[in-house]
Ligand binder design. Structure first.
Ligand code: DAH
Length: 363
């Protein structure tokens, strides 16, 4: 291309406008930052139309040269602006494309497994048997009109023992091998050995009537064996109202038993001792494995001991400021892991904690 010599300022203006229009088209047409780099060199670089036009200014007189130079520079500056704007757009588009390309589509694996060519069963996790059992227990009691409450796993001696009618050095404390925490004065803070302290907390913050179950994790200094875990779960029940009798306790245990296990499983109470109930009992249910005929699980008796229960001791009411002349109540508590063990005929409770998928997937 030969360098056109401007015959007049008008002609120059036309040439600048043409150069600017061509540059704008080229900038808009660039589809990547790399291409835009080339367009930039061509449209505003040393060999661009603007540069060539600048070289023609020498033939003009100084005033005309200044005016023409300003026109060229202004046009070139506008093109530079367009290039910068285009660069931002193209860089964003490039970044977006890269992210899209690097995205890991995990749904593909599931779709494949669910029926694609190399179809494999999808291994999905589920709740542990103990959690399933706890959920079922909560549902059963909620259906019977109970609320669900919770309390802390790290407890004080007061809630775990003393308010439950076991003053310091009471021999009944020996029923629970306790794990103490190094907090405060020695043996004042512990990991709760049962869910019964939640009864106390509940009665402290709620006036009767109370109809509640309290599930949760408990701890005892036990060596794990087929029937004991040092970390296990219990569910506690508490009813406090006017005129509650032992018959209400027995009736509630029976209603729970049939609705949880089914109509063929029944309950019975036997005398026992707990410091926080008077009278106290143990409740047993028809062995769910043999249906009461007698088997290894129930040692041939047809009955399985599930937990403890009784009428709330007046000393417990005194500890929380409930008047035993106005209110009476019953309480019960049993192990959730033990219940799951009995119901599934599980020989060794430790399997619940082993994380062996061959065991866990059976439930
Ligand atoms: N807390 C008792 C235990 O861990 C179980 C128990 C017995 C709870 C009698 C009660 C009850 O609420 O009334 O062995």
């Amino acid at each position: 291309m030969t360098d056109p010599k401007p015959q007049s300022p008008d002609h120059l203006a036309e040439q600048v406008a043409a150069a600017e229009a061509a540059a704008a088209d080229a900038v808009a047409g660039a589809s990547s930052p790399a291409e835009l780099g080339r367009v930039q060199a061509e449209t505003v670089g040393k060999r661009s139309a603007f540069a060539r036009l600048n070289t023609t200014l020498g033939s003009l007189d100084p005033d005309a040269r200044r005016t023409a130079g300003a026109v060229i520079n202004a046009a070139r500056a506008r093109v530079v602006e367009q290039i910068e704007a285009r660069r931002v757009v193209l860089a964003a588009a490039e970044r977006h494309a890269r992210i899209e390309a690097e995205r890991l589509d995990l749904t593909e694996a599931v779709a494949l497994a669910a029926g694609g060519e190399s179809s494999q069963p999808v291994l999905r996790g589920h709740l542990n048997l103990v959690t399933q059992t706890r959920d079922e227990l909560e549902d059963t009691f909620v259906a019977l009109g109970f609320a669900v409450a919770e309390g802390p796993e790290a407890e004080t001696d007061w809630y775990n023992f003393e308010a439950l009618n076991m003053p310091p050095a009471h021999p009944a404390r020996g029923m629970w091998d306790t794990l103490y925490l190094k907090l405060g004065a020695p043996e004042t803070v512990l990991l709760r050995t049962h869910t019964s302290p939640v009864q106390v907390r509940l009665m402290e913050r709620q006036r009767p009537p109370i109809y509640a179950v309290m599930p949760g994790r408990c701890y005892r200094r036990d060596t794990p064996d087929a029937r004991h875990l040092p970390v296990f779960h219990q569910i506690e029940g508490l009813v406090v109202d006017r005129g509650i009798t032992f018959a209400d306790l027995a009736g509630t245990i029976e209603a729970f038993t049939t609705s949880f296990f089914g109509p063929d499983i029944h309950s019975r109470l036997r005398p026992s001792y707990f410091p926080f109930t008077e009278p106290s009992g143990e409740f047993e249910v028809t062995c769910p494995i043999c249906g009461g005929d007698g088997c290894r699980t129930c040692s041939g008796s047809g009955w399985i001991e599930l937990g403890g229960c009784g009428m709330v001791d007046p000393n417990v009411f005194a500890a929380v400021g409930i008047d035993p002349d106005v209110y009476s109540g019953f309480a019960f508590g049993f192990g959730i892991d033990r219940l799951a063990q009995v119901r599934t005929g599980l020989a060794d409770m430790r399997a619940l904690l082993d994380n062996d998928i061959r065991f866990l997937t059976q439930f």
